[in-house]
Write a protein that binds this ligand. Structure first.
Ligand code: DC
Length: 224
């Protein structure tokens, strides 16, 4: 099985790139951020205090996450309920960054992610894929972009969905999540030593997709 790890901060373009590369290759795309979002969603819906690590840890045994591809789109299920769209709010983004700092949450989700990567060729995106989840991935990409560019992309995405949120607020949220993701004790967001760093500021996504495909092609040739 071949695995590609794509890591980077919020809004760097990971999912856009990973989805497109997976589509072109006919591989499975696994969005690990969605799994942390599901944990936050479950806690918020069940009035579990997200700041209470012990309580969130206890609840992990009541959370069963499944992924399924429906019409080429990855859907995520919480205890058999499709929550794909519900987990895409700013509140859930912030909650996901918080529960992602808890080691019991990470352990459970990392083991699920590893099981999924064993079954098929995958492109997995997240924060710790190249460093922790799949340290032997054949290709590791670390995507970055300036925080203003990332906030701008999020802002436009929200507008397209009909969500009006001031740009300054989107930027503040991006900075807050960066702070949590980069500085947490357990598996912080970090470029793996053997990852290729790509700064996507000002680059259209198709150029980045082509670059990733080229790198994969080079690996394929050198392994023959
Ligand atoms: O990629 P995303 O924005 O959907 O991720 C939501 C949060 O989940 C992110 O702020 C940090 C956390 N996360 C993580 O800690 N490790 C991962 N592999 C993926 C996401």
């Amino acid at each position: 099985m071949i695995s590609v790890a794509i890591d980077g901060p919020a809004g760097a373009g990971k999912s856009t790139i990973a989805k497109e590369v997976a589509k072109k290759l006919g591989w499975i795309y696994i969005d690990t951020g969605a799994m942390y979002r599901v944990v936050a969603f479950y806690c918020i819906e069940n009035n579990i205090d997200l700041n209470n690590e012990i309580k969130v840890t206890e609840e992990m045994e009541n959370i069963c996450i499944n992924l399924s591809q429906i019409n080429e789109v990855q859907h995520i299920f919480l205890n058999e309920r499709d929550v794909t769209d519900e987990i895409r709010t700013a509140k859930i983004s912030n909650g996901a960054s918080l529960v992602a700092t808890y080691s019991a949450v990470r352990e459970k989700l990392v083991s699920l992610q590893r099981i999924l990567a064993k079954r098929e060729n995958v492109i997995m995106d997240g924060r710790d894929i190249g460093t922790v989840v799949l340290p032997n991935a054949e290709l590791k990409i670390f995507l970055t972009a300036s925080s203003c560019e990332r906030a701008n992309r999020r802002f436009k995405e929200q507008m397209q969905k009909g969500i009006e949120q001031p740009y300054a607020e989107v930027l503040e949220e991006i900075n807050k999540r960066d702070e949590l993701d980069y500085k947490r004790e357990v598996s912080p967001l970090k470029k793996a030593d053997d990852a290729i760093e790509i700064d996507t500021t000002g680059y259209p996504s198709n150029m980045v997709v082509d670059l990733v495909l080229k790198k994969l092609n080079e690996i394929d040739k050198s392994s023959k």
